[in-house]
Design a protein around this ligand. Sequence first.
Ligand SMILES: Nc1ncnc2c1ncn2[C@@H]1O[C@H](COP(=O)(O)OP(=O)(O)O)[C@@H](O)[C@H]1O
Ligand SMILES: O=P([O-])([O-])O[C@@H]1[C@@H](O)[C@H](O)[C@@H](O)[C@H](O)[C@@H]1O
Length: 357
Amino acid sequence: MKGAPGGGALEGLVVGSYCHDVLLRGGRVVGETLGGAAAFVSNVLDAVSPRAEEGIEAPLVVVSKVGHDFAYASAPAPARHPPLLCAAPTTSFHAQFSDAAASAHAPDRELRRVCACDPIYPADLPDRRFAYGLAVGVAGEVLPETLERMIRLCRAVLVDAQALIRAFDGEGAVRHVTLEGTPYARLLPRVAFLKASSEEAPYIGVETARRWCCVIVTEGRDGCRLYWDGGEARVAPFPAVQVDPTGAGDSFLAGFAAGLLWGLSATDAALLGNYFGAAAVSHVGVPTFNAKMLQAVKTILEGKVKRCNPCINGTTFNFERSNMHDELHTSLQEVAMLMSEKQEIDPANGIGDICST
Ligand SMILES: Nc1ncnc2c1ncn2[C@@H]1O[C@H](COP(=O)(O)OP(=O)(O)O)[C@@H](O)[C@H]1O
Ligand SMILES: O=P([O-])([O-])O[C@@H]1[C@@H](O)[C@H](O)[C@@H](O)[C@H](O)[C@@H]1O
C-alpha cells in the first residue's frame, strides 16, 4: 500500500451497528434518521482521515449488523461500508427530547431501545491486523469476546463507554451499570482510550480507569477533559448552533481518532474531537459536511502537524498539550465560526431544529 516514508496504511476497524433513530418531542415524532455510532464515526473518519495524497493512507472497515428492514442502505455511510444482513430487525432507538432547556451536562434526551439486531461476534471481524479499532456499540452488540478479538487484531483500541455499560429495562429504556461489574472491565488495561459522556463517567470510575488507559470525559458544550496516569487536561469547545445533540459523542470520538492519525498528541487530537462534536450538533442526524469546511480543516492540519509519525502508530502515546495547541484551536475556531454564521444565514440547507419547540 502506498504511503510516504514513515507513513504507510493505517487501516482502521469500526465495530458497532447502524440503527434507526426516531426523534420524539412531547410524544410526537419530529424526525426519523439513520443512527448508530458506526454511522457517525465512519462519516467523520471518511471525511477527515489523512489520505495517500497527504502522505498517509487511512482506510476503514466497518463491521455492523442490520435487518432486512434497514431503511438507509443507500445513505452515504452504509453505502460506503455495507452492513451484514441478519434475520432479526434493525436496532432501533426512540429518543424522547425534553422541553426543559438542557444544561451542558444534564441528559437532553431519554433513549429507549425498541428493537435489537443480532450481536457482533468475534467471527464477524476480518481475520487481519489493523492499526486501530473503535468499539462503538449502542445496544450491547459489541460482546466482551468481540472486544477482546478487536484488541488482538488492532494495535490501539478506542472504546466508547456506551458500548460497555448500557443496560435496558423491560421497556427498553437505557440504563447504566458500573463498568467494574461487567466482563469488559478486565480488558481495560489493553484499551488505549475510553471515552465517556459526563452522564456515563460516574459508572466508569474515572480514577481507577485512568490507571489503565486514557479516559476522555465529554462535557457537551463545555468541551472535554482527558485523564491519564499522571496528568489531565481540559480541552476547550467550539461554537455551535445546536439543533440535534444525537451523534455528538460518536463524532467526537471519530474526530479524536482522526487527530491521532494526523500525528497529534491526545490533548491536541481532542480539539479535533470537540470540533466534530460541535459539527454534529449543528445537524439533524448524520451530517453531510460542507466540502469547503473539510478542505479548510485539512489545510490547517497539513500546515501544523508533523505527520511522519502518527500517534496511533506507536506503542506509547503522547498525551500532553503541544506548543501549537492554542494556535490549532484558534484556526479551527475560525472555520467553525464561518460555518455557524453560514448556518444561521442559510437555514435552508436541510436543517430542522429538534432542540427547541
Ligand atoms: N452544544 C454544543 N456546542 C459545542 N460543542 C458541543 C455541543 N454539544 C456537544 N458538543 C461537542 O461534542 C462532544 C460530545 O458531546 P456530549 O454531549 O458530551 O456527548 P454525548 O453525545 O455522548 O452525550 C463534546 O465534548 C463537545 O466537544
Ligand atoms: O448521541 P451519541 O451519544 O453520540 O450516540 C447516539 C447513541 O447514543 C444512540 O443510541 C443512537 O441511537 C444514536 O444514533 C447515536 O449513535
